[in-house]
Write a protein that binds this ligand. Structure first.
Ligand SMILES: Cc1cc2nc3c(=O)[nH]c(=O)nc-3n(C[C@H](O)[C@H](O)[C@H](O)COP(=O)(O)O)c2cc1C
Length: 216
């Protein structure tokens, strides 16, 4: 058994992985536990395809080529949220020694998303296209459960919505049926301890900013 509080604190996004393979038994354990996640009407809407080995390498090659030719657009954010993205960029790129105005290295760092940051395993998280927000929430609850189970086993992760910029490539490389919406990727592997950005603890708001208790 693992300490849940500590696991929640330990989880963070890993942006450089070792090539060391992830034991299938640990993946299977985490997946079996995550299957206990709750979902609206218990429909368990999460669908995952994992690519590893040659399939992973082919996916990387095709995605990278595409991202180099046609750089991904940044998913828009309402103005009141944009400063979070800037602060995150300052922390992550800062730890990587990339200056704010260094467009070339920022672009190269962005492209690393399409190498899954070196992770030997990449999951693609999908859901049926006819489902709605509550079901996407169920997929999110599943994904967090899975990520925590992997963290508890010493395995690093990075959720990657950036992969959803090229759904047709992923669909074709991994034979994903047309009715499945591609939500995001999940890079899975052992964290490279020598990469400074892997030791970041990205700041959070105080609880009061996000949560209200209302009396009378
Ligand atoms: C839905 C979702 C999509 C994300 N997409 C990306 C991504 O494409 N690339 C990336 O480097 N990080 C991505 N992240 C990681 C977030 O940037 C990260 O969770 C956040 O900055 C907090 O940092 P932490 O995970 O280290 O606590 C994503 C996280 C979530 C939950």
């Amino acid at each position: 058994m693992f300490d849940l509080d500590q696991t929640i604190k330990d989880r963070h996004s890993t942006r450089k992985f070792l090539s060391q393979p992830v034991p299938q038994a640990l993946l299977d354990e985490a997946l079996a536990l995550a299957q206990h996640a709750p979902s609206n009407s218990n429909i368990q809407p999460w669908r995952l395809m994992f690519a590893q080995g040659d399939r992973r390498d082919r996916l990387q090659e095709t995605l990278l080529n595409q991202a180099k030719q046609q750089p991904p657009y940044s998913f828009g954010l309402p103005e009141s949220f944009q400063h979070y993205r800037q602060e995150l960029g300052a922390q992550v790129y800062g730890a990587m020694g990339i200056a704010r105005d260094d467009k070339v290295n920022r672009q190269l760092a962005l492209l690393r998303n399409y190498e899954f940051f070196g992770a030997p395993v990449v999951g693609i998280v999908c859901m049926h296209e006819d489902l709605g927000v509550a079901d996407a929430l169920s997929v999110g609850m599943y994904l967090q459960t899975l990520v925590l189970c992997l963290t508890a086993r010493g395995i690093g992760t990075c959720v990657e919505v950036s992969l959803a910029a090229y759904p047709e490539i992923i669909r074709s490389e991994l034979n994903i049926p047309p009715e499945l919406l591609i939500i995001c990727g999940l890079a899975v592997g052992y964290s490279d301890p020598d990469f400074p950005a892997n030791s970041l603890h990205i700041s959070r708001e105080a609880v009061e900013k996000n949560v209200l208790f209302l009396d009378n």
